[in-house]
Design a protein around this ligand. Structure first.
Ligand SMILES: Cc1cc2nc3c(=O)[nH]c(=O)nc-3n(C[C@H](O)[C@H](O)[C@H](O)COP(=O)(O)O)c2cc1C
Ligand code: SF4
Length: 501
């Protein structure tokens, strides 16, 4: 057991049950800016799985950044009933819930109806991703926005949340004010260090006043934006030191990357080519200068990695966004000394980030229950036991076999190759994609703990099928490459499999 992951910690007035938190992540499970039953079921599944703290996805709260189809909207009291229900559902599992307030500033491409929205930033400097020229936010709008942060925070705690986090990270609006390359204002919010910091500082001070000291207030901040025009880590540390001295914050949550460039963006959703725990050293740097707990996230998907960060005193809490998308029961498995049973996230970004960025509800290629908790949440015993014959030991066949066995069926699986995994075995051989093999490792582990009979190097035939006498045959032989029937003169044509092999 990784005991240190299970120790409680206080974040200001909130006592958190253990050291694992679920960082904010957009789920696209809300509707029209409001909480839905699917959204509650998604978070309750993670709370039931033992996570100490959930920080809900970044919410909009002001008309200058309001995309209700993609984000929850905390700028109106309509959000209150849903948040209240969610917070009660999670509290029942001893999980604390905070909200995050988010404004993207210039990092917006278009509205969901395809029209070009008005986009505001500190100054009229476009980023290197969307290249949209923003409108410099009028001075009175900045003050109005500060007030809106405070009002939205007040609303969220009134709804029952134990705390609020201000997103000042990843090159979004507040970071655009902090950074001299994106802030060329001449009013009290631009120019000197103090002026550029004023927006964040005032937001924190007003928010603290609004939620008083009985609730937790934190900030999410990036030390290394992984972008040429990003902030210097030294300057961000100076900012954090100043905020720490103001004494309104209860924690600092450190992350990496930026929305402002393709290189920075890769590190916001770090894929498998990015090393595990790649932000831990940034957190350690910050921890040396601030007095409050430091939280960290970023490609932490195994209990040993998480535990080691705590042991080496690099951070006080460990964030797992995708690790809990893949395995909501991560913490309970650690507590039950079943860490080997954890289904580790592989950083493929397919069904989580991929769905989110195409405006679909998030899920996971390794855990299709994610985002569909109300449909597939619990695996129930089948009313009548069947004999199930599965042909093909790729991901689909393996998953079907495990679920079939869990439901009480008698399952056999035939795989013609010597190794299970199907096309995953090809994908993992590509440069930087070795972790793809984790899909097979995880599924094989689940299979080994089930009653499924596996036949490797075995082609299913009429005889083998008749001999077993199945009620159901499931063909999971996958796809094969197709060469189009066109005449090509010149170079030979190879399909992708042949090239990889
Ligand atoms: C689908 C998705 C949506 C995200 N949305 C947010 C967000 O709203 N606010 C935020 O601060 N971070 C957001 N993130 C970043 C995560 O909080 C986290 O920093 C990142 O996923 C790296 O951590 P991980 O390796 O544990 O997933 C999002 C991540 C994902 C995968
Ligand atoms: S889809 Fe891939 S990256 Fe996303 S949570 Fe699942 S395994 Fe992790």
């Amino acid at each position: 057991v990784y005991e240190n992951l299970l120790e409680p910690i206080a974040l200001g007035p909130t006592q958190i049950a253990n050291r694992v938190f679920n960082p904010p992540h957009g789920t696209t499970l809300g509707r029209s800016g409001l909480v839905t039953e699917d959204f509650i079921a998604y978070h309750e599944a993670r709370a039931r799985g033992g996570v100490g703290l959930i920080i809900l996805e970044g919410m909009c709260f002001h008309p200058s950044f309001d995309f209700e189809e993609a984000y929850l909207y905390a700028g109106s009291d309509k959000i209150i009933p849903g948040i209240t229900k969610l917070s009660k559902a999670c509290k029942a599992h001893n999980t604390s819930v905070f909200g995050q307030l988010f404004h993207a500033g210039r990092a917006v491409r278009y509205s969901h109806d395809g029209s070009k929205p008005l986009i505001y930033s500190a100054s009229d400097i476009p980023d290197d991703r969307y290249r949209v020229v923003p409108i410099p936010m009028p001075n009175e709008m900045v003050w109005e926005l500060i007030d809106s942060y405070a009002k939205a925070a007040e609303r969220l705690v009134e709804a029952g949340l134990a705390g609020v986090e201000i997103l000042a990270s990843m090159g979004y609006l507040i970071a655009q004010f902090l950074n001299p390359t994106t802030n060329q204002r001449e009013d009290e919010f631009g120019g000197t260090f103090e002026n550029r910091l004023r927006f964040l500082r005032e937001t924190i001070a007003q928010t603290r006043k609004a939620i008083d000291t009985s609730k937790t207030l934190g900030v999410r901040i990036t030390l290394d934006e992984k972008t040429d025009t990003g902030m210097e880590a030294g300057e961000v540390i100076k900012i954090c030191k100043a905020l720490d001295d103001d004494n309104h914050l209860d924690y600092f949550s450190v992350i990496s990357g930026s929305s402002s460039s393709p290189e920075g963006w890769i590190h916001v959703f770090p894929p498998m080519a990015v090393p595990h725990a790649f932000v831990a050293d940034d957190a350690a740097q910050l921890k040396k200068v601030v007095s409050k707990p430091v939280l960290v996230a970023g490609r932490i998907n195994q209990p040993q990695t998480a535990s080691e960060i705590l042991t080496s005193n690099k951070a006080d809490m460990i964030g797992m966004a995708r690790a809990l998308i893949t395995d909501p029961n991560f913490v309970n498995k650690v507590a039950a000394n079943r860490s080997d049973d954890i289904r580790a996230c592989i950083g493929c970004n397919q069904a989580c980030v991929g769905h989110r960025l195409t405006h679909h509800a998030i899920s996971c290629i390794q855990n299709p229950k994610t985002g569909r908790e109300r449909i597939f949440g619990s695996v129930e015993k089948a009313r009548s036991k069947k004999a199930v014959f599965i042909i093909g030991g790729g991901p689909a066949g393996l998953k079907a076999a495990v679920i079939g066995a869990q439901r009480g069926h008698e399952v056999v699986l035939y795989e013609q190759q010597a190794k299970l995994g199907g096309q995953v075995n090809l994908a993992e051989t590509l440069p930087g994609r070795a972790e793809f093999g984790g899909v097979t490792t995880n599924l094989t582990h689940e299979l080994e703990r089930s009653s499924v009979q596996v036949h490797l190097n075995s082609t299913a035939s009429t005889e083998t099928i008749k001999e077993f006498g199945p009620d159901t045959i499931l063909v999971a032989t996958g796809a094969v490459p197709r060469l189009p029937e066109v005449e090509v003169n010149g170079p030979d044509i190879f399909h992708a499999w042949a090239v990889i092999q």
